[in-house]
Design a protein around this ligand. Structure first.
Ligand code: ADP
Length: 378
């Protein structure tokens, strides 16, 4: 059995794989972008994930390669595969998490429910789409967006003049993605894990609340999701995992529309913010499951340990205080809260940790979770 997992990227997702690897007795090594990153404690190398020689040298020290993020370039991924190194998820799947236009096209081809969309190369094409959609739409850059960067609600092509200019300067004949502005009741996320040999397991669908394009709160399971919503969400994620050949964790961000449809927004092929609750709230956390899946081990049960879990992100504030600096009061007042610090330099708006509370009464869970997280917000 392959037993040393190599993770490219040293952020908090790699960090949270470390305790799971320790418990399983699996070696984990991280290729970090710089010294002092969130997952540095397991960093066996520091270097640029875009540089083939750096990545290949790291990959030769492990049995399987996986990721903290989706940004490793395709030629680097394909060179690893050509060198005989197992890569999970593989480049053919990861492509659809790297490029939102390819993702929309592939999901449409698979017959999965997505918002109305188009690839637009010119302001005139964008104007046509806006005219057909009541002069409101959402424009997105195909690559490189995260936490709401690269996403704009627009009413005229001029709202993305800068993006068209950047495309023209790039000279690669790229396009922007434009989508209908979805009238959603709430946002959901469905996580599944898939082994290379095909086994798939699904967690309960969760509700995510975004503020300023950043995930703020997650409730697991989503309220009022038993039955139809849960079935549809799971079916969508399983079809995507199978259809794209995803190996490891897959998170599918979903919109529940005001007319009761479930549409796919985004894909992430790695542990995801919407699954952090599973560390404290599920039999198998997404981090343990990701390791099991990329090692092609049997997958663990995904049920909840308590009826409800609520996770709140902690963002950095202006004063640079860390979560650890403020533990004293938060811990004494909220003993049921579980605190997770990412050991990152605190900057405004940066995700520096999260808090999870589990229990059998959702109002009480929310009261405790929000109360505990409030100690870390300015
Ligand atoms: P990112 O890659 O930055 O996570 P997303 O594509 O997930 O970007 O979009 C960020 C947020 O913008 C979503 O969580 C949602 O709140 C909103 N959003 C994205 N696409 C649409 C859409 N078509 N209609 C309405 N809101 C949208």
């Amino acid at each position: 059995m392959a037993k040393t997992v190599g993770v490219i990227g040293g952020g908090q997702l790699a960090r949270m794989m470390i305790p799971a690897a320790l418990e399983l007795g699996v070696d984990i090594r991280v290729l970090a972008e710089a010294e002092g990153m969130s997952a540095s404690i397991a960093a066996s190398a520091v270097g640029d994930y875009r540089d083939l020689d750096t990545v290949l040298a790291f990959a030769r020290t492990v049995d399987v390669i996986t990721f903290d993020h989706e940004h490793v370039p395709q030629p680097v991924l394909r060179a690893l595969v050509d060198a005989g190194i197992p890569v999970h998820p593989g480049p053919d799947a990861l492509l659809y998490a790297q490029d939102k236009l390819l993702m929309r096209a592939k999901l449409s081809e698979l017959g999965l429910p997505v918002p109305d969309w188009a690839a637009v190369e010119t302001p005139a094409q964008l104007a046509d789409f806006l005219a057909d959609h009541g002069d409101r739409a959402v424009a997105k850059t195909a690559r490189g967006g995260y936490d709401g960067k690269g996403v704009r609600v627009i009413s005229t092509p001029h709202d993305v003049d800068d993006w068209f200019t950047a495309l023209a300067e790039d000279g690669n004949g790229g396009a922007l993605l434009v989508e209908e502005l979805v009238d959603f009741r709430r946002e959901l996320a469905q996580q599944v894990a898939r082994r290379p040999s095909g086994e798939i397991v699904a967690w309960p669908v969760v509700e995510t609340v975004q503020r300023d394009g950043i995930c703020a709160e997650v409730v697991a399971p989503a309220t009022n999701s038993a039955g139809h919503v849960a079935e549809v969400s799971e079916d969508i994620a399983v079809r995507i995992a199978d259809g794209l050949g995803v190996t490891g964790m897959l998170a599918v961000e979903l919109f529940e529309t005001t007319d009761d449809r479930v549409l796919v927004n985004e894909l992430a092929m790695r542990p995801h913010n919407s699954g952090h609750w599973s560390i404290d709230g599920s039999t198998t956390s997404q981090f343990e499951q990701h390791l099991r899946a990329v090692l092609d081990l049997p997958l663990g049960a995904t049920g909840t340990l308590q009826p409800w879990a609520m996770m709140l992100n902690v963002l950095g504030g202006p004063d640079g205080a860390t979560m650890v600096d403020r533990y004293e009061k938060a811990m004494s007042e909220h003993p049921t809260a579980k605190f997770h610090s990412y050991d990152k330099v605190s900057r405004p708006g940066r995700k520096v940790g999260h808090v999870t509370v589990c229990g059998d009464d959702l109002d009480e869970v929310a009261y405790q979770a929000r109360g505990a997280a409030a100690f870390f917000q300015d």
